[in-house]
Design a protein around this ligand. Sequence first.
Ligand SMILES: CC(C)(COP(=O)(O)OP(=O)(O)OC[C@H]1O[C@@H](n2cnc3c(N)ncnc32)[C@H](O)[C@@H]1OP(=O)(O)O)[C@@H](O)C(=O)NCCC(=O)NCCS
Length: 231
Amino acid sequence: MSGAPRPLVVLGAGGSAREVVQLLRACPDAAGEPVAVTGLLDDDPARAGTSVDGVPVLGPTAAAAEHAGRGALLLACVGSPRDPGSRARLTARLGLPDDAWATVVHPLAAVSPDSTVGAGSVLHAGVVLTVAVTVGRHVYAMPHVVLTHDDEVADAATFGAGVRLAGGVSVGAAAYLGSGALVREHRRIGAGALVGMGSVVVRDVPPGQTWAGNPARPLTPSPAALVEASL
Ligand SMILES: CC(C)(COP(=O)(O)OP(=O)(O)OC[C@H]1O[C@@H](n2cnc3c(N)ncnc32)[C@H](O)[C@@H]1OP(=O)(O)O)[C@@H](O)C(=O)NCCC(=O)NCCS
């Protein structure tokens, strides 16, 4: 561990960003280097010049490259079930190299030595990667997510708190698994798919679809919603 903390700028100012600010107050980045969150970048003009949990909002996300050029690490912390692809779009738009991004693993996460975690990813407290788990770039895992043997997670996937994957599961890019979802071994969650909270996934979920329930099935609009939509 070296001396002065490296500045880190978080992209986003919502719930995920606030969680990460707290996480970073408790730990160094994954390389063991101390970091200090110096600001947030957010595209809501109403937030410019305000502060969130004591951290100033410095401007829009378009300023990210400028901050990186001045030596700050970046961390993309946008994304919600309403827009699971937002983090993937943001990081693709910025097109910055991997070494521009911090990778943050809480000291109370357990990552096996043969598992890998890509640049820009965040593992909160209690996350467990048991053996030979591959986690891509800009993945966000909330507390107590358990990924087991040989799971493969593509870039910008999101795991709500307490998600558990059995062995050999693959999760596509920018997929979103809601809190507490369970996935049976060797199943595939397609890119951009959304799995509802508490769901039990026993079949492959095709790309871009929303599935929920036990067993999880495609969510279709209720008859009432169809009538409402046709009015
Ligand atoms: C799946 C999800 C995206 C659906 O949201 P939505 O499109 O707004 O759908 P609605 O709430 O209108 O529900 C539509 C139907 O699906 C059902 N449903 C919604 N979520 C469900 C779930 N997780 N499991 C089972 N059924 C669910 C609703 O009961 C409703 O059924 P009905 O038509 O028979 O009344 C949402 O409920 C969800 O689980 N989001 C993830 C939340 C989360 O985990 N956040 C963690 C990070 S903070």
